[in-house]
Design a protein around this ligand. Structure first.
Ligand code: SF4
Length: 505
């Protein structure tokens, strides 16, 4: 098995950096469908540029490289212990090379292992089969979309949709509700893996396994094929749009399976994946571990560019901001304004926000821009380099954000998916603004970082540390302003009405 570890490193690298053709095609369709000039269309333009950048530089498409989940099929007699060891070696090496972010955190101590290895990480499922080769499939699904997975127990009452019974129409309501509840938090447009039935634990696994189907396949079960096609039509009429900005492209795929259940239970389990739908696979020679075939992609074919234009198309109406910011500057901003931020910026997410509740910040945050981001960083020749740096889901910081704004004088918070009523009130009262960056656009934003000035709280691990960055022309959209307006609140209400108005059984 002399080639096994190298083959697995290549699988991880390609999965993290190069979206498969079926996902590219679905995203291409989303780009064509979205109304030009809208915020959703702008977001899709940045996403397309980001996809190209990641593939060209072999860098992570999104900074959140997720929970590496491997599905391995082996011929009878192949040593699975040896394969598991090679997968762990490959994961650690890919992390060292900056293709994966260190994402494995001890759930009791909060300590990041630094190499993506830990108790039950990576996730590996083995199956035997009667083929001669080994097959390894990999999906990298980040935390933002993983947090939007949802499981329904029928019958139930759904917001805007009413009663969902133990029928196919009840199932349909659950699936549409899952798209609505994700809004922009899971980096829409998303893709769904769904399991109807089974038990709670296995239902989620079967739902996730649906993500290994190509987005353009047709379900062999005609009932499910019809439901998948109808969900695609209906979900894209709800109006969530890219990043939850409102628009026509909310879903790029819906794959459904059904499994037997107990008479007393009727679960519908939904695995919500984001547009950064990173999934590939390889066939390996069972003797030496060399790659004999790629799944989902043909490496001999040139990868076409996604973006129609270079970078972020400027209109001249963008508001240029240089940090630190003044109260007057942020109070002049309104929802819908596009801003280009230059100057200094601090990252801070879950651990930093919790820390700031009981400790003074390690740097002066008056007038500061606070970026909800857990970057991929590498130390090269004694200097830190940003390898990927898109926004993380902001709603996790909702319990802390108002206090941080009030206590430390932060003037702008950048993240994705928006924040709640408490933060909105703080923005209004203390004069601050929420800027929505484009989720998953990790390469696009990494290129705006001119220098890593400092790092604090590195004990929290690379993603959770407080990085002090100097950026140039960091593009984002004002989605919550200092006047009580929130695009997120509006889109949630409008899409809720659209959901309620759908003619479902
Ligand atoms: S694209 Fe968004 S949801 Fe997907 S992994 Fe990246 S940050 Fe998370």
């Amino acid at each position: 098995m002399e080639f096994l570890t190298a083959s697995l490193i290549e699988l991880i690298t390609q999965t993290s950096t190069n979206l498969p053709p079926d996902v590219r095609a679905a995203m291409g369709l989303a780009l064509e469908t979205e109304t030009p000039g809208t915020q959703s269309a702008q977001a899709l333009g940045i996403i397309a540029t980001n996809i190209d950048m990641a593939q060209q530089d072999e860098s992570p498409i999104c900074q959140d490289t997720g929970m590496p989940t491997f599905i391995v099929h082996t011929p009878v007699g192949v040593n699975q212990i040896r394969i598991k060891k090679a997968i762990r070696e490959a994961v650690a090496e890919a992390t060292r090379r900056g293709k994966l972010r260190p994402n494995s955190v001890d759930s009791l101590t909060g300590k990041n292992s630094g190499d993506n290895l830990g108790v039950e990480t990576p996730v590996i499922h083995f199956e035997q089969w009667e083929e001669d080769e080994i097959e390894v499939k990999l999906v990298l699904k980040g935390g933002g979309c993983e947090n939007k997975n949802i499981q329904y127990s029928l019958p139930c009452e759904l917001e805007h949709l009413g009663k969902a019974g133990r029928t196919l129409e009840g199932v349909r309501k659950c699936i549409l509700h899952s798209v609505w509840q994700a809004q922009g938090h899971g980096c829409a447009p998303g893709a769904l893996g769904v399991c109807i039935g089974s038990d709670r634990a296995h239902g989620y696994l079967l739902a996730k396994e649906q993500l290994f189907r190509t987005l353009d396949d047709v379900n062999p079960n005609p009932v499910l094929a019809k439901l998948e096609a109808e969900i695609m039509q209906e979900a894209n009429r709800i109006g969530v749009g890219s990043m939850g900005f409102g628009g026509k492209s909310s879903l790029i795929g819906c794959k459904i399976t059904a499994a037997n259940r107990l008479p007393a239970s009727f679960f519908v389990s939904v695995a919500y994946d984001c547009w950064a739908f990173r999934r590939l696979g390889v066939r390996l020679d069972a003797v030496n571990g060399a790659i004999t075939q790629w799944l989902y992609r043909d490496p001999s074919r040139v990868v076409p560019k996604m973006a129609k234009t270079e970078g972020f198309p400027l209109t001249g109406r963008e508001v240029v901001l240089h940090s630190p910011l003044t109260e007057a500057q942020v109070r002049a901003l309104r929802v819908g304004d596009v801003v280009l931020v230059s100057g200094e910026m601090f990252t801070g997410r879950d651990a930093v926000h919790a820390y700031l509740m009981d400790h003074e910040p390690p740097a002066d945050l008056h007038g500061a821009v606070l970026y909800h981001c857990g970057p991929v960083m590498l130390q090269q020749n004694g200097e830190w380099k940003v390898k990927a740096a898109g926004p993380t889901t902001s709603s996790r910081e909702e319990p802390y954000q108002a206090t941080v704004i009030e206590r430390y004088g932060v003037r702008a918070v950048i993240g994705k998916g928006g924040m709640g009523a408490k933060t909105s009130a703080a923005l209004e009262k203390f004069g601050a603004v929420y800027l929505n960056a484009i989720g998953g656009a990790a390469q696009f934003y990494a290129r705006t970082v001119e220098k890593v000035l400092d790092v604090n709280l590195l004990d929290f691990g690379i993603p959770e540390a407080m990085w002090h960055l100097k950026v140039n022309n960091f593009a984002a959209i004002v989605t919550m302003d200092a006047h009580g307006n929130s695009l997120h609140r509006d889109v949630e209400a409008e899409t809720g009405e659209a959901l309620a108005g759908m003619e479902l059984g």
